[in-house]
Design a protein around this ligand. Structure first.
Ligand SMILES: Nc1nc2c(ncn2[C@@H]2O[C@H](COP(=O)(O)OP(=O)(O)OP(=O)(O)O)[C@@H](O)[C@H]2O)c(=O)[nH]1
Ligand SMILES: [Mg+2]
Length: 258
């Protein structure tokens, strides 16, 4: 077994109840959040570490926590090494994470951060958002309430909040002994798991679902086209749509040929 990836193995008879995958940009407090959740200093916070996994018991739950290698800030492309690291982190979480904790520091969330994040999340398919909760770190810097912070933030954070269906939690990693913040984070994660019918995130499954929806959508468009062209009408599909999970937003422009 590769030691760099297994920091603290659980005894064989303990099955982890909840698998958490912690993702986010570099130096945002991912490892600190993982340590706060586990209630011990397992992951190093000196920087630049590779993805790693740890098991532990916290607030009455058996946890598997994967601290994924941090993302870069390139908005236009995701370097191959980053993609491989992301897949590696996922594989450490086999058969798949129940919840992804997307770490965002309580600073200004910029347009370029949004673009970089979007590019990385896209690798995991649109379906990943169902399993994603935002964890705001630097909770000690919060001056007003988190609701005020969210309201005062710009459209980029609003976009992210909507993607995550307003599932978020604030962590202050400087007070890791405050177990109430961890308890409510884990409660929220368990609620999400229930909302998802107990299903964990599986890249393989969501890729297949997207392929299937794309195939059905293509077939439906072709059938409509056949029908309309028979009646002298043409169909112009909307190619600007993202993802392939919704068929009802296909923009049909019917152009009469007289
Ligand atoms: N004040 C404050 N500092 C924090 C908090 N969380 C993390 N930090 C600090 O932020 C720095 C980065 O924390 P890490 O947990 O190593 O962040 P990371 O995202 O794992 O960093 P890399 O693995 O290097 O990408 C460290 O100096 C932490 O002490 C927090 O809630 N409050
Ligand atoms: Mg780290």
């Amino acid at each position: 077994m590769d030691n760099r990836n297994v920091l603290n193995n659980a005894p064989n008879d303990i099955t982890p109840d909840l698998r958490l995958l912690i993702v986010g940009q570099k130096r945002t407090g991912r490892s600190s959040a993982a340590n706060t959740i586990l209630g011990k200093e397992v992951f190093n916070t000196w920087g630049g570490a590779e993805s790693a996994v740890a098991h532990g018991e916290s607030e009455g739950r058996h946890l598997m926590v994967v601290d994924a290698c941090g993302w870069g800030s390139d908005e236009n492309l995701v370097p191959k090494q980053e993609k491989l690291e992301l897949f590696n982190a996922l594989s450490l979480c086999e058969p798949g994470p129940h919840v992804l904790l997307l770490v965002i520091p309580l600073l200004h969330f910029s347009h370029s951060e949004r673009a970089a994040l979007k590019k990385r999340m896209e690798i995991l398919t649109e379906g990943v958002w169902r399993h994603t909760m935002i964890v705001f770190t630097l909770g000690d810097r919060l001056r007003d309430s988190i609701q005020d912070y969210i309201q005062a933030s710009g459209t980029d954070l609003q976009w992210l909040m909507e993607k995550c269906r307003y599932r978020y939690h604030v962590l202050n990693n400087k007070t890791s002994q405050d177990r109430k913040q961890v308890c409510s984070l884990l409660d929220r994660a368990e609620d999400m798991l229930m909302e998802n019918g107990g299903w964990h995130f599986s890249l393989h499954m969501y890729c297949r679902m997207e392929e299937e929806w794309n195939r059905r959508e293509r077939e439906m468009r072709e059938r409509i086209l056949e029908r309309q062209t028979g009646r002298g009408l043409a169909v112009v599909p909307n190619h600007s749509r993202q993802g392939g999970l919704h068929v009802n937003d296909t923009l049909l422009k019917l152009v009469s040929h007289g």
